[in-house]
Write a protein that binds this ligand. Sequence first.
Ligand code: SAM
Ligand code: SF4
Length: 429
Amino acid sequence: MNAHDSEKVVGTLLARGYSQVETPEAADLVLYNTCSIRDKAEQKVFNRLQNFKRQAGKGKVFGVLGCVAQQEGEKIFDRAPHVSLVAGSASYTKLPEMLVQLEAGNRRVTGLSLDTEETFDTPFTRRDNPHRAYITIIEGCDKSCAYCVVPFTRGPERSRTSESVMAEARRLAESGYSEIQLLGQNVNSYRDPSPEGWDFATLLARIAEIRGIRRVRYTTSHPRDFTRAIVDAMDANPVLCNHVHLPVQSGSSRVLAAMQRLYTRDDYMRRIDWIKSSRRNMALTTDIIVGFPGETEADFEQTLDLLDQVQYDSLFSFKYSPRPNTSALAMEDKIPDEEKTRRIMILNEKQRAIQIRRNADLIGNVEEVLVEGYNQATGQWIGRTSQNRTLNFTHLTGDAASLAGVYMHARVTRAGPNSLAGESVANVF
Ligand code: SAM
Ligand code: SF4
């Protein structure tokens, strides 16, 4: 989501006549987009700003964007006096006005309001990838997970109209993009604000019907709002990629209640059963937090047991990190860092073994891949399957033309924990 925010900001700047340079050193204006989901990410921002400081005074202007900007606000000016702009993502609609102020020499420009009804809907987006394009369908979050800073940094939930989302998707298809990735903190709670009133499953189905779109992905889903209608839509149209990212956070219903996740382990497993009973072979991935306050060894073992039960294709694991404003900050029974480290290592080791087995099961399969690039060192093309796996493959027809952006078929001949390897089997489609 941050990568796509940066694309929108770059597009807005280009439309105002700015041009992009390769390095911060070469730039007159440096806008630094930031994440504050965990403390480590936030610390990096201040270290980096410190490095930028050495370049200040050479006429350069610095700005901080994103969640750290929203969270720390004007305090950033105290910690890094060489910064001139501080703006959270909910204020990006006002970026053109803020740029006018910066250009006029204003040294303290802020965009920190969260009470916006608007979404940052810009026609100027400058996209990094020529084949896959992100589309934001919903911004902000109305949940209040006890550990999470997002509702404080990205504001309340706002859905874009289906008309505006569909128009952007059609424009992208016409300009040659074949893969669309729908973005939101909780895409399943999408609700079209226009009279059509589409829900997320309807939006998915309609986007998948657009001519020229060959793959549609979405992230992230909140299990509470994940409906059977979404699985039915995916079953009905193979353009919707067979991958669901469904963050569980913990396998213990007791911890889920403390996290205020609004579902139990059984509720979550019901969704997993829907997905697994689909006609298509869906890949499943998740997010897990270890060491949430009060998480006992027995709770953690339930998370390990959940991994055995679900057999995820991959997961993101995090050590719980206390965040400002969140309700978990005041909770007792903090888990020491060494214990969090022990748990995350056990978790990752277990998941690695699962991935080795699951990937090995694919040996011999022929998969459709979208080619993303070429690895000179290995002599292999890099492809991505519908299940979102990386499949590196050789292609021996001898033509040196770039295959990037092309859909091909490749047979899996080897498998590791994080990727597959193989060889192309058919002509270019
Ligand atoms: N909206 C998504 C959801 O509800 O699943 C997730 C958004 S968050 C940007 C991505 C992941 O970061 C979460 O799923 C969670 O696992 C992790 N995360 C969020 N806050 C965290 C914290 N305070 N400490 C550790 N991990 C955290
Ligand atoms: Fe954070 Fe929970 Fe909202 Fe996801 S649903 S962004 S974890 S508050």
